[in-house]
Design a protein around this ligand. Structure first.
Ligand code: GDD
Length: 343
């Protein structure tokens, strides 16, 4: 049985990756932080399936306590789990929030990666390491689409921290011969996306408006353009990156770019609503420095990994809207519902 350690397993990407690995028969160790509230709804179903026999999941899931700011805990986990593959997905992933908590973002996203790589180096395991790098590394660029050779120019504390992690990964590959790769993933969304990222905020907002729970949706910059794919498709690419004969870095993107306005039009359109009647903008959701347009070129991932996105923009938006409408319908009347709280 192959084994993998996933940091950030309770997040959108971690939960999809865990599903993929369990279906392949892996023993999956998921790093979780100790906290007073248990936010594990994305992996509850996996824990239940892993505990019961006869399911289509053949692998085993085990959660282990640790923290990216605690190198000793990482060393201990690596030593115990002795994983074949490590996927570093943990981090403070919200770009605008990184302007409010730059030090924390750097500690977890940048130094956390270094601590994990050091733990792997010290144990001298023959391990393959995946680093969740980001299209935010490129920042504002004139030459589009972006590929593995495009220069980096980060424009937020988040992107600067990710840049450190990117180069640390390359450095451990070159210095110590480690199988360490960067997946430079462009925006990837799903019904499991955090509620304060723009796509999920829109689909939840539109569904709430449709059900009469909320009267308006307040956003920031509506002109920004993103290359949005489906997170599950992107986690397939992450796995493929660790199955190659030699380590390398890959861009993962759809090659299509849409504005926030396009997303609004598609999402509200799914519910027969005109977004312009409900959407307002507020400076508090704007960023001190914005990345206006993002579009990726995943030619290398297509050629070398044989990967391609399987979910179109329209299918993605529809999937998210349908999910949120269904979820809100179930929650209507329950105390769980606080739609206006979204940030
Ligand atoms: N979050 C948010 N909230 N974004 C808004 C809003 C709003 O109310 N209104 C407009 N936007 C704009 C942002 O200014 C940005 O241009 C765009 O919507 C996308 O914002 P996010 O969904 O927060 O994503 P991101 O592009 O900043 O970063 C995401 O993708 C990166 C690439 O994969 C994050 O997931 C990063 O962690 C990831 O690295």
């Amino acid at each position: 049985m192959k084994s993998a350690l996933i940091t950030g397993i309770t997040g959108q990407d971690g939960s999809y990756l865990a599903e993929i690995l369990l279906a392949k028969g892996y023993r999956v160790y998921g790093l979780v932080r100790r906290s007073s509230s248990l936010a594990r709804n994305r992996i509850d179903h996996l824990q239940r399936m892993s505990a019961s026999s006869g399911e289509r999941h053949h692998g085993v899931l085990q959660l282990v306590y640790g923290d990216m700011n605690d190198g000793a805990s990482l060393r201990h986990i690596v030593d115990e789990a002795r994983p074949d593959e490590v996927y570093n997905l943990a981090g403070q992933s919200h770009v605008r929030v990184s302007f409010d908590v730059p030090e924390h973002t750097a500690d977890i996203d940048a130094l956390g990666t270094l601590r994990l790589l050091e733990a792997l180096r010290e144990t001298k395991l023959d391990v393959r390491f995946y680093q969740a790098s980001s299209s935010e590394l490129f920042g504002a660029r004139d030459a589009l689409p972006l590929n593995e050779s495009s220069p980096f120019r980060p424009r937020s504390p988040y992107a600067v921290a990710k840049l450190f992690a990117y180069w640390t990964t390359v450095n451990y590959r070159e210095s110590y011969g480690m199988y360490a790769v960067n997946g430079i993933l462009f925006n990837h969304e799903s019904p499991r996306r955090g509620e304060n990222f723009v796509t999920r905020k829109i689909t939840l907002g539109a569904a709430s408006i449709k059900l009469g729970i909320q009267s308006k949706l307040v956003l920031g910059n509506l002109d920004a353009k993103r290359d949005w794919g489906y997170a599950r498709d992107y986690m397939e690419a992450a796995w493929l990156m660790l199955q190659q004969p030699a380590p390398d870095d890959y861009v993962v993107a759809t090659g299509e770019s849409h504005s926030i306005k396009d997303f609004l039009s598609e999402a509200f359109g799914c519910l027969d609503l005109d977004w312009q009647q409900y959407v307002e903008t507020d400076a508090r959701y704007m960023r001190p420095a914005e990345v206006e347009t993002v579009i990726g070129d995943a030619t290398k991932a297509r050629r070398v990994l044989g990967w391609q996105p399987r979910t179109s923009f329209r299918e993605l938006v529809r999937m998210m809207v349908d999910h949120d409408l269904g979820q809100l319908r179930k929650e209507v009347g329950s105390s769980l519902l606080h739609p206006e709280k979204l940030v």
